[in-house]
Design a protein around this ligand. Structure first.
Ligand code: GDP
Ligand code: FE
Ligand code: FE
Length: 196
């Protein structure tokens, strides 16, 4: 269904070298996690490969494309959503280019912020982006890798918690979906802790 050779050669054109390596690493990490949790590993592999498709498009062009795709940022200023644009625009671009299905579209769309009530594919892409072995700016990465293979919801919660604290420290405005996701997964994690 998907031609991986073509996708790889497109990614080589679209992305710088480090981002290309990161994309391959996310695709393998996602494939392994999908196998572990018994979900479609081919979809995870493709979504992982394509998740940062729009990462190296310049900010002005990303913003113009977001308008073309009718993505609505309500009252957010450009600076407040510039980190998120590549995820949203990338999802639309790869849907146009490779006709990816709705599940893959959504996993790419939410890979930066997460959201409440995610599918397993969304969770796996969000987590793989964080735990892939070449990402070098993550503290305690081993802890997150272990958690990914223990409980997806707990892992999502911990990544959201550390991302939010990182953004707060740098006084970067947090997107509402990130906060909604944090509250949602906190409830799930705390709820299951009380049962035991
Ligand atoms: P990457 O594309 O593989 O580098 O990783 P991501 O797509 O997950 O994240 C891109 C950037 O967005 C990172 O610096 C995150 O810390 C940042 N980010 C994550 N959530 C939010 C948010 O809610 N708001 C803003 N402004 N940035 C965020
Ligand atoms: Fe990204
Ligand atoms: Fe990424």
């Amino acid at each position: 269904m998907y031609n991986v050779e073509i996708i790889l050669s497109d990614l080589k054109n679209e992305l710088n070298f480090n981002r290309f390596i990161h994309s391959i690493a996310v695709s393998t990490t996602a494939k392994n996690l999908a196998k572990f949790y018994n979900i479609n590993s081919n979809e995870a592999f493709i979504a992982g490969l394509l998740h940062d498709y729009a990462k190296n498009i310049n900010e002005k062009k990303l913003y113009d494309l977001s308008k073309q795709f009718n993505i609505n940022y309500k009252n957010y200023k450009f600076d407040e959503i510039k980190n998120i644009l590549h995820a949203h625009v990338g999802a639309y671009l790869v849907k146009e280019k490779y006709n990816v299905n709705e599940k893959i579209f959504k996993a790419i769309y939410t890979h930066t912020t997460a959201e409440k009530n995610m599918t397993n594919l969304q969770k796996i892409i969000y987590i793989s982006d964080y735990i892939e072995p070449f990402r070098d700016n993550i503290k305690n990465q081993d802890y997150f890798i272990k958690l990914a293979y223990t409980n997806l919801d707990k892992c999502i919660y911990q990544i959201l918690k550390s991302t939010i604290s990182y953004l707060k420290k740098r006084k970067i405005k947090i997107y509402y979906k990130t906060i909604e996701a944090y509250e949602f997964y906190k409830k799930i994690v705390k709820g299951s802790e009380n049962e035991n």
